[in-house]
Design a protein around this ligand. Structure first.
Ligand SMILES: *Cc1c(COP(=O)(O)O)cnc(C)c1O
Length: 259
């Protein structure tokens, strides 16, 4: 996937953002043409670490949705940008004690991985009179350091979800292995798609597993070829992050910075 050789230039002006968004969208469109799955693909821009003034320019350039990994950072930006026409997704691992924050403002949550968390979210959402679109996170790489359910746990987990009426289940989510070996990365995406295909017919009523949230700046074209319906793209839109990814993911998942 060659991420090591890619330079992500920092987008500053509205024009920079227009250029990057058009470029990413063009790459999405051509990957869709290569995909045998014929699925719709939604671009979810990831604005973690990006300050509010630059986020405003991204919105002016056409971003209508934004995603953040850390809930406090997302909540702070949601408050600061309340005047902006944009909706928020939380895409990172969430501790149960932070469910209340998510319930307050998020439209979508991509990292559902326990019944306790589902319970906490549902209770807080009901109290707030809100609902939330959710994706169930699956660990497709087998790495200890990655969050998410083991593939064999997903069927049992999904069977519990109708108990939580404020959660609208939309599909499965994964982070692929970080590897220059394209076939190892592809195998993670194929695993998620196969799991979705297998579980879709047995999923309880009201539980929609059709969505596949997979692919980021370094691997979204591959993910789309394998059936992604949502790609979570940060650096290819906003530019390289100064903060190491270890800050956002568990230890051991940090990638080599672009050289
Ligand atoms: C940061 C992040 C992304 C986007 O990564 P980029 O390399 O910036 O595209 C996608 N998914 C999750 C869960 C993330 O934390």
């Amino acid at each position: 996937m060659g991420e090591e050789s890619v330079e992500y230039r920092t987008a500053v002006t509205v024009d920079d953002f227009r250029t990057n968004l058009a470029d990413v969208q063009a790459r999405i469109d051509s990957a869709r043409e290569r995909s045998p799955h014929g699925q719709p693909v939604r671009l979810l821009p990831v604005s973690k670490t990006v300050p509010e003034d630059r986020i405003r320019r991204a919105i002016e350039a056409g971003c209508t949705e934004l995603a953040e990994n850390k809930v406090q950072e997302a909540h702070r930006k949601w408050q600061a940008l309340a005047d902006q026409p944009v909706t928020w997704s939380v895409i990172g691992h969430l501790q149960t004690n932070k469910a209340k924050l998510v319930a307050e403002f998020a439209r979508e949550f991509h990292a559902l991985d326990s019944v306790r968390l589902a319970e906490a979210l549902d209770r807080r959402l009901q109290a707030a009179g809100r609902e939330l679109d959710v994706f169930v996170q699956v660990n497709t790489s087998g790495e200890e350091s990655k969050f998410g359910l083991a593939p064999q746990e997903v069927e049992g987990f999904v069977a519990e979800l109708p108990r939580f009426p404020a959660l609208r289940v939309k599909g499965l989510m994964t982070l692929a292995v970080f590897s220059p070996d394209v076939e190892r990365v592809r195998a993670c995406f194929v695993l998620l798609r196969d799991l979705r295909d297998r579980l879709q017919s047995t999923a309880p009523e009201g539980v929609d597993l059709s969505g596949l949230s997979m692919g980021m700046s370094g691997d979204f074209e591959l993910a789309i070829e394998e059936g992604a319906t949502v790609v979570r793209v940060g650096q290819a839109i906003f530019g390289a992050r100064a903060v190491p990814d270890a800050h956002y993911w568990p230890a051991g998942t940090d990638r080599v910075p672009p050289t």
